[in-house]
Design a protein around this ligand. Structure first.
Ligand SMILES: [Zn+2]
Length: 396
């Protein structure tokens, strides 16, 4: 029984009863069943569990000594530098993913979509590590895996077969990476990925950093294949920087395609002057949006910290949001938007929903986004998994 918390969007505090992992009832002054555990949450805001729908758990350096940033400025610099560092360090994907997962849960995340590196030189090592972590932490967090070709697809022969194998071994989603910028063969990469997705019935989530028209044409090619194969609602594009740098008429054309084929867009509101999709504009047009931390404590950059409430703040900050409705939109990308993408059944705060909940000291969602205070209680399927910002299970 959670007493006296104000649920997101509610006018007044109330009670919420959890039974067998689900929300059994909500209302004012509910009767406490005998033997119920009572959480006194007066002064707290109640949110559904946060959703980190774009993570890279397998290659974080979390738990290792702080490593000053050393990669060069281009995308390819970062890819090659990362591979070099990871080869040197020889960390285990199982251990690293478990370390970061624990931190994410302590920050209120109850659902994660993680992109796992797949490449000919490392094969499925990363996947096997993350699968082991998923098994070991079942019930503490929901983990969905994307088979991600970080080194490219067509430029690394054998990658498509490995991606297909990864899906057969438990990855739910197929990833991609800049079909033009990295592979310089957009037809080859996209036809290969869509062929696997159509045959195995998995979703797609393609990293697209390519800017301007290069990115725009790639989105057209993704939409074309989504429609041809009847994969509407099963495709996402991560980053899509290009959407933040097009002329209004060109942006309208692409938005029409995204809506027509129900293609979702992930943005984590990148740092610096990196362009990114205009969140309010896309949402109002009907494009599904979600967010994630992206790489945390890795060789790509030191700024991401795995806090999805702070991520909502960064989305709000970079979009220049001020109104409560806009702060709500930023938070919804880090909750409902991601849950929808992950296919999380019964997600939310209504009776009947799975009891994946976060309690923190704030009056409204707007205040929670701006202050991103300590997560006092994190509850997964009705069980408290973190308290006062700390995970309740020991580090393995
Ligand atoms: Zn990423």
């Amino acid at each position: 029984m959670i007493r006296g918390a104000r649920a997101w969007g509610a006018d007044a505090p109330g009670d919420l009863l959890v039974r067998e992992g689900r929300i059994a009832a909500t209302g004012a002054a509910l009767q406490v069943p005998e033997a119920a555990e009572v959480i006194d949450a007066a002064g707290c805001l109640l949110l559904p569990g946060l959703v980190d729908a774009h993570a890279h758990l397998d290659k974080t350096l979390w738990g290792e000594p702080w490593r000053p940033h050393q990669a060069g400025p281009t995308l390819l610099d970062k890819i090659l530098h990362e591979r070099q560092v990871l080869q040197q360090l020889q960390l285990s994907a199982r251990q690293q993913s478990a370390r970061l997962l624990r931190h994410l849960v302590a920050r209120g995340t109850t659902h994660i979509r993680t992109h796992v590196d797949i490449a000919p030189d490392i094969g499925l090592t990363g996947l096997h590590g993350v699968l082991a972590t998923r098994e070991a932490h079942r019930g503490r967090v929901d983990l969905q895996i994307v088979a991600f070709p970080q080194m490219g697809v067509m430029t690394r022969p054998g990658t498509l077969d490995l991606l297909e194998q990864a899906v057969r071994e438990g990855a739910e989603v197929l990833g991609g990476l800049d079909p033009m910028g990295i592979d310089r063969d957009p037809r080859g990469q996209l036809d290969g990925l869509f062929d696997i997705a159509a045959r195995l019935g998995c979703e797609l989530d393609v990293h697209l950093h390519d800017r301007g028209e290069l990115g725009a044409v790639t989105i057209e090619m993704i939409a074309e294949r989504t429609r041809a194969l009847g994969l509407q609602g099963r495709v996402a594009i991560s980053h899509a920087f290009c959407l933040g740098m097009l002329e209004p008429a060109r942006l309208d054309e692409l938005i029409a395609l995204l809506v027509r084929d129900d293609i979702a867009i992930m943005t984590h509101a990148p740092s610096g002057l990196t362009p990114f999709p205009p969140v309010r504009r896309l949402h109002d047009a009907g494009v599904r949006l979600f967010s994630g931390s992206d790489g945390v404590r890795d060789t790509w950059g030191p700024l991401n910290n795995g806090d999805m409430l702070e991520r909502a703040y960064l989305i709000a900050y970079r979009n220049g949001f001020r109104h409560d409705a806009d702060l709500d939109l930023a938070l919804s990308m880090c909750t409902h938007g991601g849950a929808q993408r992950l296919g999380a059944a019964a997600y939310g705060l209504q009776p009947g929903c799975t009891a994946d909940l976060v309690l923190l000291r704030a009056e409204t969602a707007g205040e929670a986004v701006v202050m991103h205070p300590v997560r006092e209680w994190v509850i997964k399927r009705g069980r408290v998994v973190a308290r006062g910002g700390k995970c309740l299970w020991p580090e393995a």
